[in-house]
Design a protein around this ligand. Structure first.
Ligand SMILES: NC(=O)c1ccc[n+]([C@@H]2O[C@H](COP(=O)([O-])OP(=O)(O)OC[C@H]3O[C@@H](n4cnc5c(N)ncnc54)[C@H](O)[C@@H]3O)[C@@H](O)[C@H]2O)c1
Length: 266
C-alpha cells in the first residue's frame, strides 16, 4: 500500500458513488483516514465498509453540501473525534440537464447552484480553519469541461465556471494558511451522472481525441496527485482531465475529416 497520505484526514463529498467513491477508495489506499460524505446514506455506508474490508480507514457521514448546518456538524465531529483535517475534496454535484435557458425553472437553477457552487463555498468556509489548525493541506474543487466553454446546460455550466472563481479566490486567500486549492475539470466520465444518456455519451466520446470517456479511477488519480505533497507548488489551477477534448477535440475532428479525403491537403 502506498502511504503517500499517511496521517492525513480527508473529506470527500459525493462519495457514495461515481468519482467520489473512486477518490475515497484511492485516498484511503494511500494511507488517509477518509470521511465519505453524501446524501445517499445506504450506498455511502456500503462504500465505506468495502474500503474498511480492504484494510482502509473510512467512515460515512450524512452531509447535504448545500446545508451549512450539515457542514458545521460534520466538521465539528471530525475536530472532536480526530482533532485534525488536511484534505477536502468538493466532488458532490448534480447535472439536471434542463437544456435551454427558456426551459430552466428557477427552482432547478437554484438547486444546481446550491449543490455545485454553494456546496463547495460552504465546505471551504467551514473546513479551512480546521485544515489551517492541522498544519495546512489541500482542497480540490470539481469543475467540468462544461465550465471551460459554452455548454447546452446553462445552470450546470454556470455553476462549473463559478467553481473556477472560488478556486482562484480561495487559493489566494488561503495560501497564508498553508492550504493549496485547485480545480479538477473532467471531461466525460462514465458514472451514474451520465447514465441513460447514451446518445450524449456516444457523441462526446466521438468528439474526444482519445475516443472514450474516462473511468472514475482516472480522475481519482489526479485528485490524489493534487492533494499530495507531489503537488506542493501547484495552487489556483484548473486541471483538465478530458482526453484532449478541450484543447484539440475540434481540430482533431477537422484533421481526421480532411485526411479521410483521397487528395487530402493539410
Ligand atoms: N460524469 C461526468 O461526465 C462528469 C464530467 C465532469 C464533471 N463531473 C462532476 O464530477 C462530480 C462527480 O460526478 P459523478 O460523475 O461522480 O456523478 P454521480 O452522480 O455518480 O455522483 C455524484 C454524487 O454526489 C452526491 N450528491 C448529490 N447531491 C448531493 C448533495 N446535496 N450533498 C452531498 N452529496 C450529493 C450523489 O448522491 C452522488 O453520490 C460532480 O461534481 C460532477 O458535476 C462529472
Amino acid at each position: 500500500m502506498d502511504q503517500k497520505l499517511e496521517n492525513k484526514t480527508a473529506i470527500v463529498t459525493g462519495a457514495s458513488g461515481g468519482q467520489g467513491a473512486a477518490e475515497a477508495r484511492l485516498l484511503a489506499k494511500s494511507g488517509a483516514r477518509v470521511i465519505l460524505a453524501d446524501i445517499q446514506d445506504e450506498l455511502g455506508e456500503a462504500v465505506a465498509q468495502s474500503i474498511r474490508d480492504d484494510g482502509g480507514d473510512a467512515l460515512y457521514k450524512h452531509l447535504d453540501v448545500s446545508e451549512l448546518s450539515n457542514w458545521q456538524h460534520v466538521v465539528q465531529g471530525i475536530a472532536d473525534e480526530f482533532g485534525a483535517l488536511h484534505i477536502l475534496v468538493n466532488n458532490a454535484g448534480i447535472a439536471l440537464r434542463t437544456g435551454r435557458i427558456a426551459n430552466t425553472s428557477l427552482e432547478d437553477w437554484n438547486r444546481v447552484m446550491a449543490v455545485n457552487l454553494t456546496g463547495p463555498f460552504l465546505g471551504i468556509q467551514t473546513a479551512a480553519p480546521l485544515i489551517r489548525d492541522s498544519g495546512g493541506g489541500a482542497i480540490v474543487n470539481t469543475g467540468s469541461i462544461a465550465g471551460m466553454t459554452g455548454h447546452f446546460a446553462t445552470a450546470y455550466s454556470t455553476s462549473k465556471w463559478g467553481i473556477r472563481g472560488i478556486t482562484k479566490s480561495a487559493a489566494m486567500e488561503l495560501q497564508s494558511w498553508g492550504i493549496r486549492v485547485n480545480t479538477i475539470a473532467p471531461g466525460l466520465v462514465i458514472t451514474p451522472l451520465v447514465e441513460g444518456s447514451d446518445d450524449f455519451i456516444d457523441a462526446l466520446g466521438d468528439q474526444t481525441p482519445m475516443q472514450r470517456g474516462a473511468q472514475p479511477e482516472e480522475i481519482a488519480a489526479v485528485v490524489l496527485f493534487l492533494v499530495s505533497d507531489d503537488a506542493s507548488y501547484i495552487t489556483g489551477q484548473d486541471i483538465s482531465v478530458d482526453g484532449g477534448f478541450l484543447d484539440f477535440g475540434g481540430y482533431n475532428r477537422v484533421i481526421n475529416q480532411v485526411m479521410a479525403q483521397p487528395d487530402q491537403k493539410v
